[in-house]
Design a protein around this ligand. Sequence first.
Ligand code: 13P
Ligand code: SF4
Length: 305
Amino acid sequence: MKQLQEEILKLKEKENAILLVHNYQRPEVQEVADYLGDSLALCRKAQSETDADIIVFCGVDFMVESAAILSPDKMVLIPDPSSRCPMAAQCPKNTVIEAKRKHPGVPVVLYVNTLAEAKAEADVMCTSSNADTIVRRLGTDKVVFGPDWNLGWHVARQVDSGLELIPIPEHGYCYVHKMFDPTTLHSLKTKYPNAELVVHPECDPEVQKIADHVGSTQQMLEWSKKTSSDVIIVGTEIGLVERMRREIPGKTFIPALNDAICHNMKKITLEKIRDVLVKKNYVCMVPDEIAERARSGIKKMVQLS
Ligand code: 13P
Ligand code: SF4
């Protein structure tokens, strides 16, 4: 493993490449990252001025597309193009077009967990770390929101001003975060009475309601560093727990569920990163016309957040 990691570091230098890595990636992939973070942080990195010629994106399809949209002058490589987010597939562009037809004049806010074609039809994007801020700053009492129903619930709870959210599709969800259930969490809280619970807003409302903190993966990490508790139960994909253990060694992190694994995220391996850097065979291409329209919604999000 060490040898492969060293090979990747050398290749990165030779090719003037940077590695953007999501918090759910395998620990050995996280270790070779130039930037490790949540969707918003990685969007910002892709957009910021970097003199790299190549971005290797270790994440799922919608994240890689966002990087390609924000960095049209760079080559954006994905180590495994079959690494796709099933939630993003739940909101095709026609669902957005139909919602706009049904609700003319109502702003459409889409979670970044959507494909470029759907993004191109939306007014503004959001991530799990800024969804409530974006909706608040739009200053309207009605928004079309998708695809994650639970994130929509979180936003409505945070904004709390009679906001009407029109969900598209009717009940979009993440299969990984659907797995957490309040009964298991209550028994973990009984077993570890001094522990605090931190969860992702893609979890069901019943899970969010019993959490001490709800936030994006990066916000969960930052909150865990700051909180006075030494034992923290973590309700999100297991990759974040691995990062927390590595970066906050003085505390104990208990996964709310050991099986909370995003199998698409885990498709990316060190071998595949090395191979894509050598072969440059999986280049993310977003047609210009779609990229241009999607870019405005992502940029608006970055401005508003
Ligand atoms: P974050 O932006 O919080 O990292 O979440 C992305 C994601 O896909 C969660 O399932
Ligand atoms: Fe998609 Fe869920 Fe995986 Fe996040 S954890 S990438 S929302 S399937």
